[in-house]
Design a protein around this ligand. Sequence first.
Ligand code: SF4
Ligand code: SF4
Length: 82
Amino acid sequence: MPKIVIDELRCKGCALCTIACPRELLQMSEEMNRQGYFPAAMAEGKMKECTSCTLCARICPDVAIAVWREVEEQTKLEAAGE
Ligand code: SF4
Ligand code: SF4
């Protein structure tokens, strides 16, 4: 599962997320979206280096980035009181 998903249609190409990512995993696409912006994208082959820290999503003014975290099975069991 990807750790982040960037909604290209919401992205206005401001590049703030590329600055915010502490691992420098995000870059601007060379392909224009339908609104005429160059959207942000995960660099090729870098998804596995993402820590799901959410900094990119929190700085995005267009709420274009969703971040996913894997939940450990033990955590789920603890939440269920088992
Ligand atoms: S979640 Fe964190 S590590 Fe992953 S792309 Fe966003 S800022 Fe970078
Ligand atoms: S911060 Fe949001 S709007 Fe700006 S480039 Fe990144 S995804 Fe696009």
